[in-house]
Design a protein around this ligand. Sequence first.
Ligand SMILES: NC(=O)c1ccc[n+]([C@@H]2O[C@H](COP(=O)([O-])OP(=O)(O)OC[C@H]3O[C@@H](n4cnc5c(N)ncnc54)[C@H](OP(=O)(O)O)[C@@H]3O)[C@@H](O)[C@H]2O)c1
Length: 328
Amino acid sequence: MYQPNESRYENMEYRRCGNSGVKLPILSLGLWHNFGDITPYGTQQQILRTAFDHGIVHFDLANNYGPPYGEAERNFGRHMDQDWHTHRDELFISTKAGYDMWEGPYGNFGSRKYLISSLDQSLKRMHLDYVDVFYHHRPDPETPLEETMSALDHIVRSGKALYVGISNYKPAEARHAAEILSELGTPCLIHQPKYNMLDRWIEDGLTDVLREKKIGCIVFAPLAGGLLTGKYLNGIPEDSRISKDPRFLRKESLTEETLRRIRTLKEIADARGQKLHQMALQWVLRDSVVTSALIGASRPEQVADNCEVVHAAPFTQEELQAIEKALQ
Ligand SMILES: NC(=O)c1ccc[n+]([C@@H]2O[C@H](COP(=O)([O-])OP(=O)(O)OC[C@H]3O[C@@H](n4cnc5c(N)ncnc54)[C@H](OP(=O)(O)O)[C@@H]3O)[C@@H](O)[C@H]2O)c1
């Protein structure tokens, strides 16, 4: 039987999520990759246990994580039964709907029909009575935002989620969504955008909206799927994402320009006596508007390694400037 590390809360930092009552660990674990049918159950279990043992109490899922779609939630349901039921109140679990999930007109985007039925399915797969956060996974250009937000409000009132969030919403959409939710009386807890050293779009307006509306921010892919570990600087390792599961990260992303930037960043990290991926995580967390960095991991050792960021020395102005220059 799993006995969690008793000092798990001593080595993690927790940040308040917007102006809510919730704090999140500065690193959270996502189950997008490595929790489907191509990863042994035992590896998944060790990744989850290692995360919790390091104080990572937030696990992030979505209806279509796999492969195949739904499989990460189904596997998580097994992990829930085996390891986590007795720790449910220590965990913050999220899921989402918004991308394609099932065939026909009701299995995609942002209708009330899709969101409510998808969450019902997710809860069954995960063996949960409720999730802590339910997200609308991406904006829907056709469904009125009022319908999508009122579905989120309904979900909270029905007790199936404690909080709601939005993901991949641009600044104006995020502002509008937050205003509708606030009128409905269900505040938007959190936004989940992509953010890393190689993709800084949120700096162009979104962080201002989140600060102004006092919404938390959990940034996904802070290591750019592994590029910012430096593992691709000398070719493509056999046990890497590009080799094993290139659905979303392809060798075409290894351009000369990207590799040049990563090489310079690695030199800065070396000079700090830090691993590149730890520096990349620390960098996304440098602005306190970011509540948490949402990492993935294919092995438990990676989780432990990434948690070293908690003990990192703060950046000097010179280091931040050197990073800026490397990213230009
Ligand atoms: N809302 C959205 O639309 C959306 C979209 C995408 C992701 N997400 C969320 O964000 C989470 C994280 O995304 P991501 O997996 O792309 O994040 P990431 O942290 O940028 O990349 C994770 C990958 O980097 C490698 N890695 C991590 N730590 C390492 C270490 N210490 N040493 C060496 N390699 C390391 C591993 O890949 P290898 O296989 O190479 O070992 C790992 O699977 C997802 O699980 C999901 O919850 C949300």
